[in-house]
Design a protein around this ligand. Structure first.
Ligand code: ASP
Length: 338
């Protein structure tokens, strides 16, 4: 009887793990994307879901069109991410979350798996498409990361579109930060120490991984960061080796989740390192980092991984992950909680 109960328990645990273990390995993928951990299932509405699915579909199609017309994996990654930055339903570019001070501060990075060149911008408030600024840093400077005003001046000089900070404002994100401020004020009135509360920290950071006809890999990530973050806080998304990494010898990776943990665990590089030196598959490496190392600390997050043979997989310890992929023959898959 006890053994029977134990085996049922083990089966339930295994099922539980399956449910949060991400996608199986999918072959022949040329572009994979994510739009962050997203809404909790209980808060998801048909309207939000339709908008998220439309955004992911549009990003996949635009990125694939680049590849089909001779574009590189970098072109596909940049294009797909620009589409998601422009869509206000996701937490990148327009629609970014607000800081504790009520601003939108954006981070992005991109990496070329062939040359291992990389570029990033952080804490920018006027660059319409931070991913393009990150790419310009990679291609036009001898640096890897520019931040704040320096990044904005550089982006303008590169002819990238500059917008008023109000461009990033959206009603749903503004309501969310007002709600947090209200709770903080109530806590203050009750004499409680005020810790910037993070109601729903992960809303829709975006990322993309691609492989092109020359079998070169690229990865990129763009975000408004964590809701209610401190002014000047920088997450993992613009940090090469944390939120983004690409190496033609292994895989291209983009992450989403509580950035502080992704920085501390060098998540994207750790996945590549396990693949290269431990000789494990992309799935095993990603599951180890996301569902063992991070999960042990209750660090929520996910990674999408495209390996050098075009096999795509994801690992997550969150309820959902906005994600999708497109294969060489143009078949599109978009998933959220499944
Ligand atoms: N990783 C992002 C950050 O910490 C947030 C996210 O992925 O939702 O800035």
């Amino acid at each position: 009887m006890i053994r029977w109960l134990l085996s049922i328990g083990v089966a339930i645990l295994a099922l539980g793990n399956c449910a949060s273990a991400g996608d199986d390995v999918i072959p022949n993928v040329v572009l994979g994307i994510h739009g962050g951990i997203g809404e909790d299932k209980k808060d998801m509405t048909p309207e939000i879901e339709a908008r998220v699915r439309a955004a992911l579909n549009a990003a996949l199609k635009a990125g694939k069109a680049k590849l089909d017309t001779g574009g590189t994996s970098l072109d596909a990654v940049e294009t797909a991410i620009r589409v998601m930055e422009d869509d206000s339903i996701l937490n990148a570019g327009r629609g970014a979350v607000f800081t504790h001070e009520g601003r939108n501060e954006l981070d992005a990075s991109i990496m070329d798996g062939k040359t291992k060149k990389a570029g990033a911008v952080a804490s920018v408030t006027t660059v319409k498409n931070p991913i393009s600024a990150a790419r310009a840093v990679m291609e036009k400077t001898r640096h890897v990361m520019l931040i704040g005003e320096g990044a904005e001046v550089f982006a303008a000089k590169q002819g990238l579109e500059i917008v008023d900070p109000s461009y990033f404002w959206t009603e749903h994100e503004w309501k969310a930060i007002l709600d947090i401020w209200k709770k903080e004020a109530a806590a203050r009135n009750n004499g409680q120490a005020v810790i910037p509360a993070i109601a729903k920290p992960h809303l829709g950071t975006v990322g993309a991984v691609a492989i092109d006809a020359q079998r070169n890999l690229a990865a990129g990530t763009s975000t408004g960061g964590l809701q209610n973050k401190m002014h000047g806080r920088i997450g993992d998304s613009p940090i090469i080796g944390a939120g983004t990494y690409a190496d033609n010898e292994a895989a291209a990776i983009s992450c989403t989740g509580t950035g502080e943990f992704f920085i501390r665990f060098s998540v994207s590089h750790e996945i590549v390192a396990q693949m290269k030196y431990k000789k494990v598959s992309s799935k095993e490496a990603a599951e180890d980092v996301i569902n063992r190392q991070l999960k042990e600390l209750n660090a929520e997050g996910a990674a999408i991984v495209l390996d050098k043979s075009g096999q795509f997989t994801t690992a997550r310890n969150s309820e959902g992950l906005y994600r999708g992929w497109i294969t060489a023959d143009g078949a599109v898959t978009v998933r959220i909680y499944e």
